[in-house]
Design a protein around this ligand. Structure first.
Ligand SMILES: [Zn+2]
Length: 241
């Protein structure tokens, strides 16, 4: 149970960080796989990430059914369940509507890493379009069928954009997922600025691989600790040792 409490505390911090770093506003959400049962995940009740406290954290099956906690869940919880179901390596998921990322979900040009710290978003960031499988929808991921279709578009990658909606990022640890979500927004912002001046020299797939290898050495998430500690303070928490 101590592990569960730690996971809930870290998830509350993650929610506050994505709010402080302009990844989530009133909308968007962060989840983690249950530390003691991989068939469950932890996600807040439907609330703006900046306001979330430990008591808001609920538990769901990978099919999105509530098993613990009370309150109205997020409609889009199926994003999380479907990705955990498809990807045993994924321990955390961030879904957001961050504003610099959305343009890349509706234009031809691909969002790709242009700066070393942004390599974590992955060499390739596909765009999921619900129109292809479901025709006209309200654009939200409202059931498992849509969640699984999104998980297929994500495939083995870290990030996927969602046309006219936002993005979803999956990580091997909570710190990696939060890091990638923040960097997705930063990279999109930089790419929008750089492309105004002509063609961009992006990081090569080989450079991206080397950066990611370095980040993933040691225990899961360790490569992201320095950023986590900085963002922790930024979000109003006392720093870590
Ligand atoms: Zn959404």
């Amino acid at each position: 149970m101590a592990e569960l409490k730690t996971a809930i505390d870290e998830l509350v911090i993650a929610n506050r960080i994505v709010a402080a770093e302009n990844v989530c506003d009133a909308f968007g959400h962060v989840s983690i796989r249950h530390p003691e049962d991989p068939k469950l995940f932890l996600l807040s009740r439907g609330r703006a990430p900046e306001l979330i406290e430990a008591a808001d954290i609920m538990q769901f099956t990978l099919q999105g059914e509530t098993v613990a906690g009370s309150g109205k869940p997020y409609l889009e919880r199926f994003i999380h369940g479907a990705i955990y179901e498809a990807r045993p390596d994924v321990q955390a998921v961030v879904h957001s509507h961050s504003y610099s990322v959305v343009p890349f979900s509706v234009i031809e040009e691909k969002l790709k890493p242009i700066m070393h710290v942004c390599a974590t978003i992955g060499a390739e960031v596909p765009v999921w379009d619900p129109q292809s499988a479901f025709g006209d929808t309200d654009m939200l991921v409202a059931n498992m069928e849509q969640g699984r279709d999104l998980a297929r578009a994500l495939g083995p990658r870290t990030s996927v954009l969602m046309r006219g909606h936002g993005s979803t990022v999956a990580g091997g640890s909570l710190r990696e997922a939060v890091y990638a979500a923040v960097m997705l927004e930063i990279n999109a912002n930089l790419q929008l600025k750089a492309q105004a001046y002509g063609p961009i020299t992006f990081l090569t797939p080989g450079e991206i691989e080397k950066i990611r290898e370095r980040q993933n050495k040691g225990r899961p998430g360790e490569g992201f600790d320095r950023a986590w500690q900085y963002w922790l303070r930024h979000a109003g928490f006392p720093g870590e040792e």
